[in-house]
Design a binder for this molecule. Structure first.
Ligand SMILES: Cc1ncc(COP(=O)(O)OP(=O)(O)O)c(N)n1
Ligand code: TZP
Ligand code: MG
Length: 218
């Protein structure tokens, strides 16, 4: 089973909430509510609908960017990038019980987030994607292999999910680099049947070198 984090997105066909609902129906156990350009009030309104759905499906719910909202709504965690609240500051606010993920594009980013106490890292982008503006440089398979081997040498052990432009076909090779999970949006929402595509991805064969990862909430 592939550890999949689904990142919500609004498309011509689906709302943020519908996008998450389809991923949950397809068996995804880890949703990131990402609503770029939405106000905290708009994020809160969707999060309040999504939280019980995630509970029903025994799935983890984290918010992109919004630390205070995550605390207020008692979701499972947050994901933070370079332009967001620093991870050590978020940890002071949220405490140990919340999951905090950090974005990394380089080994230096990894070291910084690891030292700051992140629970997992989203490393990317794997390739170009239109889901996120102002992308960092594309890593490709070589980028993951290089960052993961530097982590090994430095004894840095922290779960890693790969993100950015990833499709079903890419997954075995990405997991083979030692990455523990995959974060996806576009390839699921662009599929004819996003529920089936989610299921196909989760059930896809994975490298024996990789161990799968889901953050524990209890
Ligand atoms: C799993 C995961 N990895 C990376 C990101 C990107 O976060 P960030 O750099 O803060 O960019 P935005 O998503 O906030 O635009 C992510 N959200 N999730
Ligand atoms: C949040 C984020 N950061 C890099 S790509 C991305 C969104 C997911 O990308 P895709 O839609 O290509 O799976
Ligand atoms: Mg962010």
């Amino acid at each position: 089973m592939v550890s999949l984090q689904f990142i919500t997105h609004q498309t011509e066909r689906y709302s943020y909430l519908e996008s998450a609902r389809m991923a949950l129906e397809g068996g995804c156990k880890w949703i990131q509510l990402r609503m770029k350009d939405a106000s905290p009030e708009e994020v809160e309104a969707v999060a309040l609908q999504l939280k019980p759905l995630c509970k029903e499906h025994e799935a983890i719910l984290i918010l992109d960017d919004h630390v205070e909202l995550a605390q207020k709504l008692e979701v499972d965690g947050v994901h933070l990038g370079k332009k967001d609240m620093p991870i050590d500051q978020a940890r002071q606010i949220l405490g140990e019980a919340f999951i905090i993920g950090g974005t990394a594009n380089t080994f230096e980013d990894v070291v910084q987030h690891y030292r700051a106490g992140a629970d997992y890292l989203g490393i990317g982008p794997f390739r170009f994607t239109t889901t996120k503006k102002n992308l960092s440089p594309v890593l490709g398979l070589e980028g993951y292999s290089s960052i993961l081997s530097q982590m090994k040498k430095a004894n840095i052990e922290i779960p890693v999910v790969a993100i950015g432009g990833i499709t079903y076909e890419d997954i075995p090779a990405i997991l083979h680099t030692g990455v523990n999970g995959i974060a996806l949006s576009g390839t699921i929402l662009g599929a004819d049947n996003p529920v089936e595509e989610t299921r196909r991805i989760i059930d896809s064969p994975q490298s024996t070198q990789s161990f799968s990862f889901f953050p524990k909430t209890e």
